[in-house]
Design a protein around this ligand. Structure first.
Ligand code: GLN
Length: 494
């Protein structure tokens, strides 16, 4: 039998339908792989018993002929999604004993369609970070290594545990959340497909809020087709989330053709300057050629306010975070400091002990930009720039169907060699934050490798609710790059 942990969702669903193996066998193979790769530190909580009982139920539904599109598929859930009765920490000490009494809508949707949970994935604390070095549960290691080197690389962040586990084959897919790139950047660093849907496509209910106007959940998978399946299972209108969209969710996978003939692809000139690694720039040019050779039209576009996107994001996201994180006060749930002398000290000590350095930095920045004297100068100004960035995209999409850029300015960096200055670390997000600011769907597709052999991702960004077209062009890019096939060999060899 083939190694079950190297299968894609598409292949595994076919194998389950044809009774080549059972969901229990599939889950056991992944639990074994988890055991072998535990040093990656990709999981905060492992749930093998839940996984096995979930797999037994999946086998029963498969036998009864009423299996869902994710039936029997072993997945990981970023530890930002509330899961009923299962510890959910946001990788923070402040929630180290929190067991939610309810289930997030997105995870419930996945269980309703048959998915099996193997555990809760490590991440940057409260989803703040780009390297998974900000977790109270320690850093996550990227399963990718550089031949001849004895270094561990970061998996990217904040959904680093999700990415590392999928790349290592301990889960077949995982959920992520993306506020400024946290699905796409770790997907790029780990050679995976990561999709940030249009704002409102996946319900935010039951996902711990970081920056509510930017947060979106999405799939992280080995292939584009798998992302199409998992997105269909996650998305859909939810009356419990006031910003949830009321659009119909199509069967994305059935609409995929990988055809880009006649498609208009925009290349924003503002993204072609400085900071980009030369090999990423070269890969970008190469992917442009693939599109051209297959009948797409390449059109130069301008997104003139792009240079303000990163500062705008790093005002808006901390502002919203400082408000959202005010609820962690030690009163109703989570960590509580011992023996406070009064209520103020209870808050101060609880939050001082519970939050890590980066989270504190964001709360301080956010509180500052929202304070009476600076509200207009920073927060209101950033909202105005946000509108200008949205307008840039609206103008561009009058001329093009999709926008193609790299996902990240560099490949993954080694643990210990990360930028030490927080602002230098924020530069990782320079190519991803614009889609969140404008609420647009955007995905990363593995398109090649760096000279050291580390994965590189290209990013496609579409107009709101044009996921189908984006996934279709993504399938084309994945096929042209041949990356999925190549890594499949690496995965099975290791
Ligand atoms: N790296 C970005 C940040 O630190 C994005 C995080 C995210 O998308 N959750 O804020």
């Amino acid at each position: 039998m083939t190694d079950l942990t190297s299968l894609t969702i598409t292949e595994a669903r076919a194998g389950l339908d044809q009774k080549e193996f059972s969901a229990v066998e599939l889950t056991k193979a992944h639990l074994k792989r988890l055991d072998e790769t535990r040093d990656l530190n990709a999981f905060i909580t492992e749930t093998p018993d839940l996984a096995l009982s979930g797999a037994e139920n999946a086998d029963a539904r498969l036998a009864a002929g009423n299996a869902g599109i994710m039936e029997g598929i072993p997945i990981g859930i970023k530890d930002l999604f509330c899961t009923r009765g299962v510890k959910t920490t946001a990788a923070s000490k402040i929630l180290d004993d929190f067991k939610p009494p309810y289930e997030s809508t997105v995870t419930q949707n996945l269980w309703n369609r048959g998915a099996v949970m193997l555990g809760k994935m490590n991440m940057d604390e409260f989803a703040m970070g780009s390297a998974n070095l900000n977790s109270a549960y320690g850093p996550v290691k990227n399963p990718w290594h550089v031949r001849g080197e004895d270094k561990d690389y970061v998996p990217g962040g904040s959904s680093g545990g999700s990415a590392a586990a999928v790349a290592a084959g301990s889960v077949m897919a995982a959920t992520g959340t993306d506020t400024g790139g946290s699905i796409r950047q770790p997907a790029a660093f780990c050679g995976l497909v990561g999709v940030k849907p249009t704002y409102g496509l996946c319900s935010r209910w039951g996902i711990m809020a970081f920056a509510s106007s930017l947060d979106q959940a999405g799939p992280m998978t080995k292939t584009v087709r798998d992302s199409a399946i998992m997105l269909e299972a996650m998305a859909g209108h939810d009356p419990k989330d006031a910003t949830s969209a009321t659009v119909e969710i199509p069967s994305y996978k059935d609409l995929l053709k990988g055809d880009v003939k006649g498609l208009k692809i925009g290349i924003p000139k503002e993204y072609q300057v400085g900071g980009l690694d030369a090999e990423i720039e070269a890969l970008w040019q190469e992917t442009i050629t693939w599109f051209k050779e297959n009948g797409a039209e390449i059109i130069d576009i301008s997104l003139p306010h792009s240079k303000y996107a990163l500062p705008t994001y790093y005002i808006l996201a901390p502002a919203e975070a400082s408000s959202n994180l005010a609820r962690y006060d030690g009163v109703r749930y989570g960590h509580r400091a011992d023996d406070p002398k009064d209520l103020t000290e209870l808050y101060e000590k609880t939050r001082g002990e519970g939050f890590g350095e980066e989270v504190k930095r964001r709360i301080m920045t956010g509180t500052y930009v929202l304070s009476a004297g600076y509200y207009d100068a920073y927060f209101v100004k950033a909202l105005k720039v946000r509108r200008l960035i949205c307008n840039d995209f609206a103008e561009a999409y009058k001329k093009v169907d999709l926008i193609l850029t790299p996902t990240t300015p560099t490949a993954a960096f080694a643990i210990g060699e990360e930028p030490k200055d927080p602002i230098a670390m924020y530069m990782n997000d320079i190519l991803t934050v614009t889609a969140n600011i404008a609420g647009l769907p955007s995905m990363s597709i593995p398109a090649g490798s760096s000279s050291k052999g580390l994965p590189l991702g290209m990013q496609l960004t579409a107009p709101a609710f044009q996921e189908t077209q984006m996934l279709d062009a993504g399938l084309f890019l994945e096929t042209a790059a041949g990356f999925a096939t190549k890594t499949q060999e690496i995965r099975s060899a290791s």
